[in-house]
Design a protein around this ligand. Structure first.
Ligand SMILES: [Zn+2]
Length: 359
């Protein structure tokens, strides 16, 4: 009887397990091995993991077996070749399909997309509403992609492919102009303070979907309140309910009715309204939780997002932070001060409630 243990066993028992020294079956099959090769030439695994469900084979042993005279290397190589040609055929078919769909794009660019396993975004998948677009598009809205960028596909841009960027990779462009410059620009363009302000609000409201500016909604609701005399129609867009967390919306807590929600199961509810204004003959539609002066029976559109595409004449936009400050200037010019100040350090709602209770 011997108390000596072999080097291999020693490596299993006393030294730390190094996974990189082993192949499992999936890795062997990726190299063209078949089950019959594994069972015939490697027989027992050198180690098992996951309760015997994963068999591990020492790499150096696999290499020795592969190089031995009896091993059918040609079989393994032909498996790899068949796999390779199947992959090539699939890629070729994909390239053909994309070339037909985008005939203006050069073929080498399409080949690059396929080899990178990326995809080409369709037009309706792009824009501020979906949060994915090309750098050119984002720059028109006052944003630029950060470095390093996170891009995950391409879009067709003037018969070339341009990488797309998600809104999480954006920052505002540097703009030399002051908020007064921006305000003056919109005022000169429309020749009316009221229209200029409504236009800036409209754009700024859309840009909130890209990166939320903390002070914007306070100013928007302030404008909506002060313009109620121009309200043409108010509608209810949707009712939002927050379920009570204490009782999971059942209204029952142990053997009593839930105190957090008075047994209703609803922690809070609020309505989203649609305000349709007529500002000097132009129609403006904004959504807000602020209740309109009058509400018609017509339900408002209940959509995941609101706001259409930008017109070429409306672009490029100044960055959102400049727009929001221009809104403030417009509000002071039209309605006089003071304009409510968003207290960003605390909660936006805190000042908001003071403001409304003073009214
Ligand atoms: Zn409750």
């Amino acid at each position: 009887m011997s108390y000596l243990i072999s080097t291999e066993e020693e490596c299993h028992t006393t030294q730390q397990f190094d996974r990189s020294l082993y192949f499992n079956k999936t890795q062997l099959k990726a190299q063209g091995w078949k089950d019959c090769h594994i069972s015939e030439f490697l027989s027992q695994p050198d180690r098992t993991r996951r309760n015997g469900r994963e068999c591990l084979y020492i790499r150096s042993r696999v290499q020795t077996v592969f190089n031995s005279d009896t091993f059918p290397r040609a079989e393994v190589e032909s498996v790899l070749q068949r796999r390779e040609s199947r992959r090539n055929r699939k890629q070729l078919a994909e390239i053909e399909l994309l070339t037909q769909a985008h005939p203006t794009v050069p073929r080498n660019q399409i080949e690059k997309v396929v080899s990178e396993k990326k995809r080409i975004y369709r037009d309706q998948e792009l824009g501020y509403n979906t949060g994915v677009a090309t750098a050119t598009y984002w720059r028109q809205l006052g944003y630029q992609p950060n470095q390093p960028v996170w891009w995950y596909g391409y879009a067709v841009e003037e018969s070339n492919l341009a990488p797309v960027y998600s809104k999480s990779a954006l920052q505002e462009v540097d703009d030399e102009r002051s908020p007064d410059d921006v305000w003056a620009d919109y005022y000169n363009r429309h020749g009316s303070r009221e229209i200029a302000l409504a236009e800036i609000l409209r754009f700024s409201n859309r840009l909130q979907k890209v990166i939320r500016h903390p002070g914007f909604y306070l100013l928007k609701d302030y404008w909506i309140t002060l313009n109620q005399e121009y309200l043409r129609e108010g509608r209810i867009s949707r009712q939002e309910r927050k379920e009570c967390w204490s009782c999971n919306g059942t209204g029952q807590f142990r053997y009593d009715s839930c105190r957090k929600c008075d047994g209703t199961g609803v922690y809070s509810k609020r309505k989203l309204y649609e305000h349709r204004f007529d500002i000097q003959g132009r129609e403006y539609c904004f959504h807000s939780y602020r209740e309109p002066q009058n509400i018609t029976d017509t339900p408002g559109a209940d959509l995941g997002f609101y706001g259409g595409a930008f017109q070429a004449s409306e672009l490029p936009l100044p960055p959102q932070s400049l727009l929001v400050r221009a809104v403030r200037i417009g509000l002071v010019e039209i309605f006089g001060g003071p304009v409510p100040e968003a207290d960003v350090r605390r909660n936006e709602r805190w000042r908001y409630s003071i403001f409304w209770s003073e009214e």
